[in-house]
Each structure stands twice: as C-alpha cells, then as structure tokens.
Write a protein that binds this ligand. Structure first.
Ligand code: GLY
Length: 314
C-alpha cells in the first residue's frame, strides 16, 4: 500500500436470527466466515475496488451451502427457489438488483451486470431473459438439507415464519448474506443476496434487492438481514446512511435506528462501514452472523448475545 492509500475495511454477514446451537456449529460458521473475510480482504489489499470486493464476497457466500443465498437457498411455498440480490456503489450512488431469479449460480453477478444497464432492477421474466442473453449456465442451487427442511415444513402446512438461518439449524432464523467494504481509494460499496424468507408466497419481493436492505453513498454503506417486511418498514439501510449524510456518526446512526426498530418489535440486523473506516453492526434479534477485517485483525459477532443493540470494531 502506498502512502496516499487508505487502510481497507471489510465486514460480511451470513444472516441473523436465533442462537446457533452447539460449539461445533459455531466453530464451523466462524471458520467459513473468516476464510471468506481473509480472501476478500487480500483482494482489497491488491487495490481492488470496493464494488469488486463486495461482489467477490457475495459470490463466496452464495457458494457456501450453509447460508441462504445462491447454493443452499431456501425454498418458497411452491417448492421453487427464487433468489434476489443487489449491488450499490457509493461513489456513483448507483443501485442495481435482481428479484426472484432462478437457475443461476450467483445472482450477485447479474446485479453486477445491471450496474451499467439503463434498466437496473429486473425481476423474474426479465431476469430470466437476461440470463439467456448472458449465456449463463443453467444451475440448480437446491441442496438436500433445504429440500428436507421444506418437506418437513409442508407436513405442518408451512406454519413457520421463515426457514433456518443456516442450513444445519432446525430453529427459525433470518437468512441473507451481505458484504460491505471500504477500499484503499476511500470508496465504499454494499452487496446483499438472499433466497428469501423460505415458504413465502410466489411473487413476494425481498428487501435485499431494495435500498431498504442494501444502500451506499460516498459517506456510508449498509447491508441488512432479517425479516424483509420489517427491514422495508424501517427502510433500514437507507435510513442509516441518510443519518450519516446528515451529520451523525455511523455509531450514532446505527444506535438510533436500532433503538427505533426495537421499539417497533422489528426482527432484523445490519452491517455498516463509513468513509472514515468505522465498522459497526446491529441487531434486534438474538444473534448476528457477521465477521470483519479492520486492517489489524479478523473478528466476528458470533459470541455477541448481549442486550446491546449495536457493536463496533475500533
Ligand atoms: N431479508 C431477506 C428476506 O426477507 O427476504
């Protein structure tokens, strides 16, 4: 890194929800998060742009079957997988996304292609047509664990609000994956990808491909996880970023936004980075599955089960 380059910062998440049961499971999730953080941070150290790094991070998280995005996505009520993803680059303040796309390995790649398009958010039929135009290979993201989860839930006529946050878990959770980065040139970006809530009605639209769930400007960037409807009602990602733009520190913006969300009994979490390099996270639920690199070390939020609504890395 040359003298006029900044120390890159990175935070990723793999969802939020009820506690991960068992030391072995926590360690497995920790290992998978930290190896992804390591790989993406190494890319940032080569001088990669924040937008490139968040796309790479999302690809790696989508390829990890334990998380609810890409391979390992949850099934909707009709037994089909429909995924959504978004990318927002802070400097250009440009959002692109894909909604309810099927049969593709990395939905985030489609969001990336759309960054340069005139029509930047595409849903089902339009997204499928774009996949054909791009000649992307047909890919089935279904895993046995997610299929079993759906079969079990069908027996009970889909009583649960959402599918498990990670594939090994049978408890309820809120799965999504997301990445936020600050690069060595001081640019910020956020990317988010999800298989949705699981067991939802056909046509339901996730927050992950809306500015409510994924938002970035030159001041700050946020990726959310949790119940999409709660995130949309709070307009959480955009709300936090606008507060930073209006003069609050990222820590204050997160604390205020999570206090309000808690008061309204929302079920959600978020990760964020600002232009000064602050890394902050928040949750109203039991756990947030997140890991970060602050330039000195890798840390994670897996043991953070306290009542505080936000946390930060120095
Ligand atoms: N936050 C993911 C979803 O509700 O679709």
């Amino acid at each position: 890194m040359s003298a006029n380059q900044l120390q890159p910062k990175l935070i990723i998440h793999g969802g939020a929800g009820s506690s991960l049961k068992g030391k072995g499971r926590i360690e497995a999730v920790r290992h998978s998060l930290s190896s992804i953080v390591e790989e993406v941070y190494a890319l940032l150290l080569t001088g990669a742009k924040a937008s490139e790094a968040v796309v790479k991070g999302c690809q790696l998280l989508e390829d990890e079957p334990r998380f609810n995005a890409g391979t390992g996505s949850v099934l909707q009520s009709d037994g089909q997988i429909r995924m959504s993803a978004a990318l927002m680059e802070g400097e250009s303040q440009r959002f692109s996304g894909v909604i309810n796309v099927s049969r593709v390995k990395n939905p985030i790649n489609v969001a990336k292609v759309l960054q340069d398009a005139d029509d930047r958010v595409l849903s089902d039929y339009g997204a499928a047509e774009l996949l054909r135009e791009l000649n992307l290979p047909v890919y089935n993201p279904l895993t046995d664990l997610r299929l079993q989860e759906w079969i079990e839930e069908r027996k009970d006529n889909f009583q649960r609000d959402m599918a498990g946050v990670v594939a090994e878990e049978s408890n309820s959770g809120r799965g999504t994956i997301g990445v936020v980065a600050l690069d060595s040139q001081g640019c910020i970006a956020a990317a988010t990808s999800t298989g949705g809530k699981g067991f939802e009605r056909i046509g339901r639209v996730s927050d992950s491909a809306m500015p409510a769930g994924n938002y970035a400007t030159s001041k700050a960037a946020v990726s959310c996880t949790g119940i999409g409807e709660d995130i949309i009602d709070e307009c959480l990602a955009a709300r936090i970023v606008v507060r930073v733009t209006d003069g609050l520190s990222l820590a204050e913006a997160m604390q205020r936004s999570f206090t309000e969300a808690k008061e309204r009994q929302r079920d959600l979490g978020a990760i964020a980075i600002d232009a000064t390099g602050a890394i902050v996270w928040g949750k109203t639920c039991e756990i947030l599955i997140a890991a970060y690199h602050n330039g000195e070390h890798i840390g994670d939020t897996l043991d953070w089960t306290g009542d505080e609504l936000t946390g930060f890395s120095k």
